[in-house]
Design a protein around this ligand. Structure first.
Ligand SMILES: O=C(O)C1=C[C@@H](OP(=O)(O)O)[C@@H](O)[C@H](O)C1
Ligand SMILES: C=C(OP(=O)(O)O)C(=O)O
Length: 445
């Protein structure tokens, strides 16, 4: 990521057409990682070729697997077999990606190799102690900067001990890191989660042949257990379109009069669909058509028409299922009639940027009345009329902040600019072209 790319978005007419947004980022990372430790060949269709996932592919190559692109979105991975990842001769650079860093730290912790992880300026500020602490309990060792940040050296072991660990934060990345460390650990490794987070790791582990069980505990929490040292064999994977990426054209279509948009193959895993439930509660006209199962993950085609949205209260327990969608929900809320209150947003502070602060600051600059609560809530006062806009918003190396404010600019009186759209390529390569093809007016500023 070298060139700063300021972008400007100006209000236009309707958003119309039919598209498939790129593949799911969470599933793409996991398919490369599990393919690399399986025996034999894994063929992935619809892999997200965004920078975050390309960093995972490069890391898996440095760890000894073959991962090559055969065609657009079609990748072939030749795995080394569980326990056989090779010690990399170079630092593993995970770029901007928390998922790549945390999941891979877990996977290599269960191998008798030493690896050094680093990332860009954003990733190197993000907390890693949340994964190193449980992995240390299992027997891995870490040497890193104070405060538990990257760069970090992982001294893994082929003889970790299994643990039962209750997640102190609702995080699929932490859950996955522990399960992936448990993969090459004799015995049963259990993660207990009080709030359900995305379960792509569990679903994909089963797809590759591992035994993963779940048990509901008396207090309502879910215990997820992986049985160590399974035979993992290469598989075919079809990656659904990413519901977190689909969120941007969906909100754009809801906001623009006359819009009628069809999105194909969108992942509808219930642990990812909180934004869609929320938008429907706000009055959005979204039809979920042709619901089906695609390689263990539910998908649907979404038909979205312009809708008058109204403000609502979004409960805290919905946060894990829409954690990456709050910035674009805030853009929708700014254009809705009435007040929207989003509760339980503490985790937004440790994403690619402090998203709670960046969203509040950007909306304020665009003339929207907002409040951040001491309880990490965000209140957005919509008037039902277009916000003023006419500002340049800071993005702090955060793709979702950039895309959310470009969507807002499609509905404001004056254009909205973002200081840097380059990071959009981490999760949604081709975003600007795709949006403009539907009727948006996003240009280099
Ligand atoms: O497991 C994953 O693929 C992800 C989990 C979430 O992070 P946390 O686990 O930190 O909440 C999410 O924000 C991220 O974009 C992807
Ligand atoms: C938080 C995100 O990703 P990651 O944690 O993988 O950097 C995101 O894509 O919004």
């Amino acid at each position: 990521m070298t060139h700063v790319r300021p972008l400007r978005s100006t209000a236009t007419g309707a958003i119309r057409g039919g598209i498939r947004v790129p593949g799911d980022k969470s599933i793409s990372h996991r398919s490369l990682m599990l393919g690399a430790v399986a025996v034999g060949e894994t063929v992935i269709h619809g892999l997200l070729e965004g920078e975050d996932v390309l960093h995972t592919a490069a890391a898996m190559r440095l760890l000894g697997a073959e991962a090559e692109r055969n065609d657009e979105g079609v990748w072939r991975v030749r795995g080394v077999g569980l326990g056989a990842l090779a010690e990399p001769a170079q630092v593993l650079d995970m770029g901007n990606s928390g998922t790549a860093a945390r999941l891979l730290i877990g996977l290599v912790a269960g191998h008798p190799i030493t690896c050094v992880f680093t990332g860009d300026a954003s990733l190197n500020k993000r907390p890693m102690a949340r994964v190193t602490k449980p992995l240390e309990e299992m027997g891995a060792r870490f040497v890193g900067r104070s405060g538990g940040r990257l760069p970090l050296t992982v001294v893994g072991s082929g003889e970790l001990v299994p643990i039962t660990y209750r997640l102190p934060v609702a995080s699929a990345q932490v859950k996955s890191a522990i399960l992936l460390a448990g993969l090459n650990t004799a015995g049963a490794t259990t993660v207990i989660e009080a709030e359900p987070t995305r379960d792509h790791t569990e679903l994909m582990l089963r797809h590759f042949g591992a035994t993963v069980t779940t048990e509901r505990l008396a207090d309502g929490a879910l215990a997820v257990t992986v049985i160590g040292q399974p035979e993992l064999t290469g598989r075919t994977i079809h990656v659904p379109a990413d519901p977190s990426s689909a969120a941007f054209p969906v909100v754009a279509a809801l906001l623009r009069p006359g819009s009628d948009l069809l999105l194909n193959d969108v992942g509808m895993n219930p642990r990812r669909t909180g934004l869609y439930d929320t938008l429907v509660e706000m009055g959005a006209d979204i039809a979920f058509e042709n619901r089906r199962d695609q390689a263990g993950e539910p998908v649907a085609d979404l038909r979205v028409r312009h809708s008058a949205l109204k403000g609502i209260v979004v409960p805290a327990d919905r946060a894990p299922s829409m954690i990456d969608e709050y910035p674009v929900l805030a853009a929708a809320a700014a254009c809705a009639e009435g007040t929207t209150v989003m509760l339980g947003l503490k985790e937004l502070r440790v994403k690619e940027s402090d998203r709670l602060a960046m969203v509040a600051e950007g909306l304020t600059r665009c003339g929207v009345s907002v409040e951040v609560g001491a309880d990490d809530s965000l209140t957005v006062h919509g008037t039902g009329k277009p916000p003023k806009g006419g500002a340049t918003v800071a993005t702090a190396m955060d793709h979702r902040i950039a895309m959310s404010f470009l969507v807002l600019g499609m509905a404001t009186e004056q254009p909205v600019s973002v200081d840097d759209g380059a990071f959009i390529d981490t999760s949604f390569p081709g975003f600007v072209g795709l949006m403009n093809g539907l009727g948006a007016a996003i240009v280099e500023a």
